[in-house]
Write a protein that binds this ligand. Structure first.
Ligand SMILES: NC(=O)c1ccc[n+]([C@@H]2O[C@H](COP(=O)([O-])OP(=O)(O)OC[C@H]3O[C@@H](n4cnc5c(N)ncnc54)[C@H](O)[C@@H]3O)[C@@H](O)[C@H]2O)c1
Length: 348
């Protein structure tokens, strides 16, 4: 399959590496890159997607440029008859989601969204356990994000730290939100109750760096995602499934799953681009289709419009630490409670 990539630096470097790898196996012919910056790649580079399409005929376009550029690029790829793999957050509003979904349906094309944790053995095993009832009735899903991000993280791109394209739930912990929505079985619902508590500890930013999200929907277990980029002691993000017969802990970045404190054996991960190619060639179901990101997009839209109060925090060298947050994010996911319900001082 002939594949082009939009956006080759930042996260796009991982796509370049993957395309080169798949090129060696013969599954992919990597035909070109679109980027507004100078990039060092082993294929021709074009300044716009239209320029690439004037000379080349990709069958798949991978979009790994900043979030606010996705809509136009995905629509452009569809108009040219290409399937798409677009990075998360695929789109920033439900109106854009509806427009892109409608064009895909009209053209008979598909869009896979870059939630690579959906291809991981841990996630697929956990879905089987939840689906088969092995964990009993699911009382709720919690997720915890506890990272440290230094000044350089916000200086790397114009959109970093800006409300709309960025924010803990929209970008760094998007996987936690999406995994929780999927495990609760509400990823495609449009009748969600979305509660948000967003805060920023860096006055130069407009996006949140500390946040709590609770999503509820009729007949589904509640989800609570509690995240920060201002931790004191960082910890890999994880998702907790609270079942009446068991408790599962899923570290999606590390592809690890524990059920009732037992480490589970897992299948090898499936790459999202390979899955998209297999979908086209043999009808393999997509692991992360656009349709499964409706609820996530609704969260992204609400986050983009929400108030994000500034909270005074402690500066420590290149980082900012919100004292007390390490413990509160863990308790929120355990109790399925919000920061305010747990009495976090920054909510008062
Ligand atoms: N799946 C994941 O785990 C994961 C991880 C990190 C980032 N991402 C996502 O990947 C996307 C890119 O993030 P990033 O941090 O690499 O962004 P970035 O700002 O570093 O930009 C990535 C590349 O896109 C190029 N670019 C910018 N505007 C462009 C345009 N209009 N047309 C073509 N190229 C353009 C930049 O020059 C750069 O090479 C975002 O949606 C982000 O959320 C996903």
């Amino acid at each position: 399959m002939k594949v082009a990539l939009v956006g080759a630096r930042g996260h796009g470097a991982n796509h370049v590496e993957n395309l080169v790898r798949l090129g060696r196996t013969g599954k992919v012919t990597f035909i070109g890159v679109v980027d507004v910056a100078e990039v060092d790649v082993p294929v021709p580079v074009y300044p716009t997607l239209d320029d690439l399409l004037a000379e080349q005929h990709p069958e798949i376009v991978v979009v790994s440029s900043p979030p606010h550029t996705h809509r136009e690029l995905v629509l452009g790829a569809f108009e040219a008859g290409c399937d798409v793999l677009v990075e998360k957050p695929a789109l920033l509003s439900i109106a854009d989601f509806a427009e892109v979904s409608a064009l895909a349906a009209e053209k008979g094309l598909v869009c896979q969204v870059g939630f690579q944790s959906q291809g991981k053995g841990s996630f697929r095993r956990l879905c089987e356990l939840v689906g088969s009832g092995a964990l009993g009735d699911i009382r709720g899903i919690g997720a915890v994000g506890r990272w440290v991000r230094v000044d350089a993280y916000y200086e790397r791109a114009e959109w970093a730290g800006q409300r709309g394209p960025d924010g803990t739930l929209v970008n760094p912990y998007a996987h936690a939100v999406q995994n929780a929505l999927l495990l609760a079985g509400i990823e495609d619902r449009d009748d969600l109750d979305i509660e948000l508590e967003l805060f920023r500890c860096r006055s130069a930013n407009t996006a949140d760096d500390t946040s709590c999200l609770r999503v509820t929907a009729e007949g589904a277990p509640p989800i609570v995602v509690a995240t920060t980029l201002c931790a004191d002691v960082p910890h890999p993000p994880y998702v907790l499934v609270h079942g009446s017969l068991g408790r599962a802990v899923f570290w999606y970045d590390d592809d690890r799953l524990e059920v009732n404190d037992h480490e589970m054996h897992l299948a090898t991960p499936v790459d999202l681009l390979e899955n998209l190619i297999e979908h086209r060639q043999s009808g393999e179901p997509l692991l992360s289709p656009l349709a499964s990101t409706r609820a996530f997009t609704a969260v992204v839209e609400v986050v983009g419009k929400a108030q994000v109060p500034f909270v005074e925090a402690r500066r420590d060298g290149e980082r900012v630490v919100l004292d007390g947050v390490d413990d509160i994010v863990v308790r929120a996911a355990e109790k399925l409670a919000t920061f305010a319900e747990l009495g976090a001082r920054w909510t008062r």
